[in-house]
Design a binder for this molecule. Structure first.
Ligand SMILES: Cc1cc2nc3c(=O)[nH]c(=O)nc-3n(C[C@H](O)[C@H](O)[C@H](O)COP(=O)(O)OP(=O)(O)OC[C@H]3O[C@@H](n4cnc5c(N)ncnc54)[C@H](O)[C@@H]3O)c2cc1C
Length: 490
């Protein structure tokens, strides 16, 4: 007699939940993904407003092999589902002193261009990018690719190598301290400091080890998924359906049903379902507080400082700006004050650095002819009860004034429609605790160790994946979390 097929519930269809669904289906499980929204993807979703299409959250696509792995694992040709192209330049950086720096690829071209536009040498930039790669090679096995919470992962050569080379990963200094040792030109220091924002932290507090991030982007490349970022979600959902994953939209989980030290299944408004394994892709803080409020909580981990959030103005703009690309950064002049305002004053600085993403540069159908879809984002604190209406109003004025000045065009009359992202909107849409985008902040040297493991310490068949648990946020790391969690099962 054949063995009964085992079953797995995934709570949430964020990118990590989708990755976990594909991996569990490939292990032979009957997988059901419960999603409280009517659409998949969580932060990696999309919406429309008056003829403009906008990606809701992520806009920078790196390390595509993490997506590719899901298709090869499922023995499907990725080209039948998903296509992406390398970007060149990746970013356009606009400084208030008039400097415009295009971040070209490969790294030699990046360094050449940086040397042309700033007072740094090509050699020094290339040496820095080698240093960033070295940090990656020394830390990836311990901090990214495996569970940080299984003792066996520490008893191996990779950890020994990491320990021998501890001094080279800058764990005891801050990103900014490390970067000011490397560079004299403040424009380049600022450029490399910015990578702290990729996990919602401050470069003036986050450990220098996070200088690994430039390697993942500048050395490895930055890509654009045809059809926008949401096509990552859409293609994995299609793959899931093709290999038998069941998706339950509009069916949010209200409780993880436990029996002793075992998860028995999940409860939703529509019923109670039994499962052999439960994987939560819901923010881990809310998984404990909302889905199993009577269980003992790992308070030390859950009470860590939360990451920053953002304000995003999604603007339909009635004009084409030839000088802009897909990814554009308009620097604020006082970076330290900007982060101090976000981290300590829980507010947004009056001269914020503004990131503008315009997918219509590559996908013309994302905006009406002659127009552009602007995603204008500034760093913001997470929600601790601030008066967001006032913060948004002031920030809107500051952003419009800054961009109008730097582009020498009054953009106010060009704004045809507007939607808004705030920490409150994010919390409502994705259940991200306090509207923090990236789970716990990395504003101290122990942060990597203070993310929740991908398993529950005493409930055997309960696992976690997503940006709020190990190894952390972003599309590639979330997909790694799905792999780490599901590799532990069976
Ligand atoms: C503005 C912004 C910009 C970003 N920029 C980038 C970028 O450029 N590049 C990059 O790589 N990353 C970026 N990120 C980060 C990246 O989007 C996230 O790290 C990643 O998408 C998080 O995925 P996740 O798997 O943790 O799930 P989430 O996206 O948080 O989704 C969780 C899902 O679970 C569902 N859910 C929650 N509770 C329940 C429940 N009880 N029952 C059922 N369903 C539930 C939610 O509705 C949601 O769909 C950005 C994020 C934002 C918001």
């Amino acid at each position: 007699m054949s063995e009964k097929q085992k079953t797995c519930a995934i709570i949430g269809s964020g990118i990590a939940g989708l990755g976990a669904a594909i991996r569990m289906a490939n292990k032979g499980y009957k997988v059901t993904v419960f999603e409280r929204n009517s659409f998949p993807g969580g932060k990696l979703s999309s919406f429309e407003n008056k003829g403009y299409r906008f990606d809701f959250g992520p806009s920078v696509f790196t390390m595509p092999q993490n997506v590719e792995d899901l298709f090869s694992l499922s023995k499907k040709n990725i080209k039948d589902y998903f296509e992406y192209i390398p970007l060149n330049p990746g970013y356009k950086y606009f400084y208030e002193d008039g400097t415009i720096f295009n971040a070209y690829f490969p790294k030699e071209r990046f360094a050449e261009e940086a040397a042309k536009q700033t007072n740094e040498t090509k050699e020094n930039i290339l040496n820095y990018l080698d240093y960033s790669e070295k940090i990656y090679n020394l830390t990836k096995e311990v901090f990214l690719l495996n569970s940080l919470h299984k003792i066996k992962n520490f008893l191996n050569w990779h950890t020994v190598k990491g320990l021998i080379n501890f001094g080279k990963i800058d764990a005891l200094t801050t990103m900014n301290n490390a970067n000011t040792k490397w560079f004299k030109d403040p424009r380049i220091v600022q450029l490399f400091n910015r990578y702290a924002t990729y996990n919602g932290s401050s470069p003036f507090l986050a450990p220098g080890t996070m200088n690994v991030i430039p390697h993942l982007e500048i050395n490895m490349g930055i890509f654009y998924p045809k059809g926008g970022m949401v096509s990552i979600t859409e293609s994995i959902v299609k793959l899931g359906k093709d290999i038998g994953v069941n998706f339950e939209f509009n069916n949010g989980v209200s409780e993880i049903i436990l029996e002793g030290k075992k998860a028995k299944g999940v409860k939703t408004d529509k019923g109670i379902y039994d499962f052999d394994v439960v994987i939560s892709n819901m923010d881990v803080y809310n998984t404990y507080h909302k889905l199993m409020p009577n269980q003992k909580r790992p308070e030390k981990i859950l009470s860590q400082e939360k990451s920053s959030s953002a304000i995003v103005f999604y603007w339909g703009i009635k004009k084409n700006f030839e000088q802009l690309g897909l990814h554009n950064i308009f620097w604020g002049k006082e970076y330290e004050k900007e982060f101090d305002t976000v981290v300590n004053k829980k507010n947004i600085y009056q001269d914020p650095t503004v990131y503008i993403n315009i997918t219509s540069k590559h996908s013309p159908s994302d905006a009406p002819e002659g127009c552009e879809n602007w995603f204008a984002m500034v760093n913001a604190p997470n929600n601790s009860g601030q008066d967001w209406d006032t913060i948004v109003k002031e920030t809107r004025e500051n952003v419009i004034a800054k961009i109008s000045k730097m582009l020498k065009t009054d953009i106010r009359p060009l704004i045809e429609c507007e939607s808004l992202f705030t920490p409150i909107v994010l919390e409502q849409k994705t259940a991200s605790a306090f509207g923090a985008i990236y789970g716990n902040a990395s504003n101290n040297k122990f942060a990597a160790f203070m993310r929740h493991p991908n398993f529950h310490s005493s409930i055997k068949n309960l696992y976690f994946c997503g940006g709020s648990v190990h190894p952390g946020p972003s599309i590639p790391l979330c997909l790694m979390s799905a792999k780490i969690a599901t590799d532990m099962i069976d």
